[in-house]
Design a protein around this ligand. Structure first.
Ligand SMILES: C[S@@+](CC[C@H](N)C(=O)[O-])C[C@H]1O[C@@H](n2cnc3c(N)ncnc32)[C@H](O)[C@@H]1O
Length: 249
């Protein structure tokens, strides 16, 4: 091989499933729009999202939260929770296009006084925590966001440091759920690999552009929360997953 050939080989783009693509799916690519498009949701997903929204509202009221902060907000589903609870809202997403679209929605609905947005990484709460409203916020990790994060433990420790109450919604490890997820992800991306065993008792899916999403068994999630110094205040589950309200132990 010539020197030029060697250079070309070492500079070739990373494999589509490699860690070097990790952020690309959500941050820069069209992945966020694909995964959050209702047209791609298998019917059963809707009951999971309904459960999550009602759990968030119940928690906001029960814990007297004075704001709702939605991480991985995309088009601001939890803005409806804040609207119903009558508290300020802040949507945080790593995808700047999603945040721009949410800002437009906020203007269209005349909610500029109640709702704000920011582009940020859920795992880097130190970078954005001073910009979020409320002294006792409800921080929502919706729709299996925790299972998308490269390091869920780091994210949870960061959120614990913020104080407040955290609502975590995740898919379970049941074979039926894994089948629903497979159908969902296959509609959203190319190169979807067969599921493998995840780190938290669930199944991990990987796809092109660094897509990665894992589910959680109840015992493994409970252990992770305990190890992060978070106690469970309430929990509700349906056949696809669970929504947990947690706070500092
Ligand atoms: C809520 S997750 C949906 C996950 C999907 N339902 C699954 O099963 O894996 C999608 C949203 O989270 C956002 N997101 C992904 N990683 C993020 C991160 N580290 N910080 C903030 N937002 C993130 C994406 O841009 C997208 O708008």
């Amino acid at each position: 091989m010539t020197g030029t050939g060697l250079l070309a080989a070492t500079q070739s783009p990373p494999h589509p499933l490699s860690a070097e693509h990790l952020d690309h799916f959500y941050r820069d690519g069209s992945g966020a729009c694909a995964i959050m498009s209702v047209a791609h949701f298998p019917d059963e997903i809707l009951t999971f999202l309904q459960m999550e929204c009602l759990a968030a509202f119940k928690t906001a009221v029960a814990e007297h939260c004075d704001a709702v902060v939605e991480l991985g907000c995309f088009d601001g589903r939890a803005l409806e929770v804040a609207r119903a609870a009558g508290v300020p809202y802040c949507g945080v997403d790593i995808n700047s296009g999603a945040v721009a679209a949410l800002r437009e929605r906020i203007c269209d609905e005349g909610l500029e006084a109640q709702a704000t947005t920011l582009v940020g990484d859920a795992q880097e709460s130190v970078r954005w925590s001073t910009h979020v409203p409320g002294r006792r916020p409800l921080i929502v990790l919706p729709f299996n966001l925790l299972g998308n994060l490269p390091d869920p433990r780091r994210a949870l420790l960061g959120l614990r440091a913020l104080g407040g109450t955290v609502l975590i919604s995740v898919f379970n490890e049941q074979p039926r759920t894994t089948a629903v997820r497979r159908a969902y992800y296959a509609r959203c991306m190319t190169g979807l690999a067969e599921p493998a065993e995840g780190r938290y008792g669930g199944a991990v899916f990987r796809g092109a552009q660094g897509f990665r999403s894992e589910s959680f068994s109840a015992p493994a999630l409970h252990r992770l929360l305990r190890e992060c110094g978070l106690e469970i205040r309430s929990e509700t589950a349906n056949r696809l997953g669970r929504s947990l309200t947690v706070g500092r132990a």
